[in-house]
Ligand binder design. Structure first.
Ligand SMILES: [Mg+2]
Length: 258
C-alpha cells in the first residue's frame, strides 16, 4: 500500500518562539486564577520574561510547569534565582512534584489556570496575545513550501489544541493534523499516525522526547531531528545517538532532499 508522506513538527521552539507568551500568561495565571492572596509575590517585578525563566525553559515539558516556575521566580521569600537554580535543575522533576505537594496544588489545576489566562486574553485582546508569539519564519515558509509539494503536515504541541490552532491559522498555516496536550503522549500519537502515513521526519527541540520515539518499537524507524534553533540544554547537542540528527534552520530542505 502506498502511504502519503507526512512530516511532523513540534510547536513551541520549532515553529514559534512562545517564551514571552508563556511568561505573560503564567504570570496572569498566578495573579488572576491561582492565588487568592498575592502578598507573597512580586507580581510587578518582571514585565518581560526574565533571564532565569528563559534558562529554565529547556527543562520544562508541560504548560503547568511554566506556572509553577513563574510562581517560584516571583516569590518574595526564597525565590528561584541564580543561586538556587542549579540545584533546582539537578533534580527538576522531583523538585516540581515537591512544590505541588507543598502548596497542595496539582498539575491539572495549574494547567487549567494557564488555559483560563489564555482564554481571558483571547477574549479581551486577541491581537496582543497573538503578538506575544514570535514565528520562526524559515520554518513557516518551509511548511508552506512542502505542503505545495504534496506533503501532509502534522503539528504536535503540548499546548492546548485550540490555542495551537489559533496561532497556526494566524500564520496562514493549516496542517492536516494538530494535536494538543489533550491527545496523549507524542509517542502514542506518532505511533498511531505511522500506521497510515509514511512519516518522513519528526522535528522537535526536546531531546528526551526524540529518545522516547527511538525507544518505541512502533516509532523507532522514524527520522528524528533535534531543532538547533529551539530551547536546548547546553549538553543536548553532544553525543547524539544514531537516529537523532541535529538540524540547523538553514538546512530544513534536507528533510525533503530525496
Ligand atoms: Mg518544543
Amino acid at each position: 500500500m502506498h502511504h502519503q508522506k507526512l512530516i511532523l513538527f513540534d510547536f513551541d521552539g520549532v515553529i514559534i518562539n512562545g517564551i514571552d507568551e508563556y511568561w505573560f500568561s503564567s504570570k496572569l495565571a498566578c495573579e488572576r486564577y491561582l492565588l487568592n492572596d498575592l502578598q507573597n509575590l512580586n507580581i510587578k517585578k518582571y514585565i518581560e520574561a526574565p533571564k532565569i525563566f528563559i534558562e529554565i525553559r529547556p527543562w520544562i515539558k508541560y504548560g503547568w510547569e511554566m506556572v509553577l516556575i513563574t510562581h517560584e521566580i516571583l516569590k518574595k521569600h526564597k525565590p528561584l534565582n541564580n543561586l538556587t537554580k542549579n540545584s533546582f535543575l539537578e533534580n527538576y522533576e522531583k523538585n516540581c512534584s515537591n512544590l505541588l505537594l507543598e502548596y497542595s496544588w496539582n498539575s491539572i489545576q495549574l494547567q487549567r489556570c494557564l488555559d483560563d489566562a489564555r482564554v481571558f486574553q483571547i477574549k479581551n485582546d486577541f491581537k496582543k496575545w497573538i503578538s506575544l508569539h514570535q514565528p520562526f519564519n524559515e520554518v513557516v515558509n518551509f511548511i508552506k513550501c512542502i505542503k505545495e509539494k504534496g506533503y501532509k503536515i502534522g503539528v504536535i504541541s503540548t499546548k492546548g489544541k485550540t490555542f495551537t490552532s489559533k496561532i497556526l491559522s494566524n500564520l496562514d498555516l493549516f496542517p492536516e493534523f494538530i494535536f494538543g496536550y489533550e491527545s496523549g503522549t507524542k509517542v502514542d500519537i506518532i505511533s498511531k499516525l505511522s500506521q497510515s502515513y509514511d512519516i518522513k521526519g519528526f522535528i522537535e527541540d526536546r531531546r528526551k522526547t526524540l529518545s522516547n520515539i527511538l525507544q518505541n518499537n512502533q516509532t523507532k524507524f522514524i527520522d528524528c531531528y533535534l531543532a538547533e534553533w529551539g530551547y536546548l540544554k547546553s549538553t543536548d547537542k553532544e553525543d547524539l545517538p544514531q537516529g537523532i540528527k541535529l538540524l540547523k534552520i538553514k538546512n530544513l530542505e534536507d528533510l525533503v532532499a530525496n
